[in-house]
Design a protein around this ligand. Structure first.
Ligand SMILES: *Cc1c(COP(=O)(O)O)cnc(C)c1O
Length: 234
């Protein structure tokens, strides 16, 4: 029951990190990142009480969503990978959250493609906070403009921000990026008081505690729950 044990351990780490920074233990949600993992692995996490899962690849994610929907198990699915516009329909139709929104064009497509019977798609704006090599995410100065656009799309619900800071062993540098995200999050909340801006998605297996200390409300954890990922080479 390795996955179950891992989840218990991570919940302990989250509450400790919260305690150390005087935050409530339930102020940080755990998103289980299940990319490349099997439905059996996911089922083990579900048995341990996990309800929210993150997937990076559209097709793989949709297959898992449909598998558990057929079983009648209610889960919440977050899309956390880069999205090409020709795949936006599948995200709009199947996922509950889209965390990597960084373009008006994708926002408009998702809004148009979100099925009528479903609640609005929850979205996070992805900010490119430190990774100069990555094309994913917008620059901080573009945040309010994109948010303004999303505000006018009735089938999307803006919930906050997401970031994948460049990996580094340099603690001050890591903290600087994560703290900069918190400042942007506060700015966004102030600028859109009518919106339910409540989610700052940052922190992975390697920087979870620092991210919580810097104000994260959702950590996205893969390796520490499911073990190392094995990518097929074909
Ligand atoms: C894979 C992935 C994670 C999980 O990373 P781990 O280091 O395995 O915890 C989190 N966020 C995103 C966007 C990812 O692609």
């Amino acid at each position: 029951m390795q996955i179950q044990d891992n989840l218990i351990h991570i919940h302990q780490q989250i509450s400790q990190a919260c305690q150390q920074t005087n935050r409530l233990a339930d102020s940080v949600q755990l998103l289980a990142v299940s990319k490349t993992k099997t439905v059996q692995d996911i089922q083990q996490a579900i048995n341990a009480g996990q309800q929210a899962f993150g997937e990076n690849y559209v097709q793989e994610g949709v297959e898992k969503i449909q598998y558990f929907a057929q079983k009648g198990i209610p889960l919440t699915w977050h899309f956390i990978g880069p999205l090409q516009s020709n795949k936006s329909r599948l995200v709009a139709e199947h996922f509950d959250w889209m965390q990597t929104l960084d373009r008006v064009k994708i926002a408009e497509r998702l809004n148009k493609q979100r099925p009528m019977g479903k609640p609005p798609l929850n979205v996070l704006i992805q900010i490119n906070i430190s990774d100069e090599n990555s094309k994913a995410g917008i620059q901080p100065k573009e945040m309010l403009g994109l948010a303004k656009h999303i505000e006018n799309l009735p089938h999307l619900r803006l919930r906050g921000l997401m970031a994948i800071p460049a990996p580094t062993d340099n603690m001050p540098q890591q903290k600087m990026a994560l703290s900069a995200m918190y400042v942007l999050f506060e700015q966004l909340k102030k600028a859109f008081p009518e919106q339910q801006i409540d989610t700052l998605s940052m922190g992975m297996t390697s920087d979870m505690e620092t991210a919580i200390a810097c104000g994260s409300t959702m950590v996205r954890i893969g390796t520490a729950i499911f073990g190392k990922r094995h990518y097929s080479t074909n």
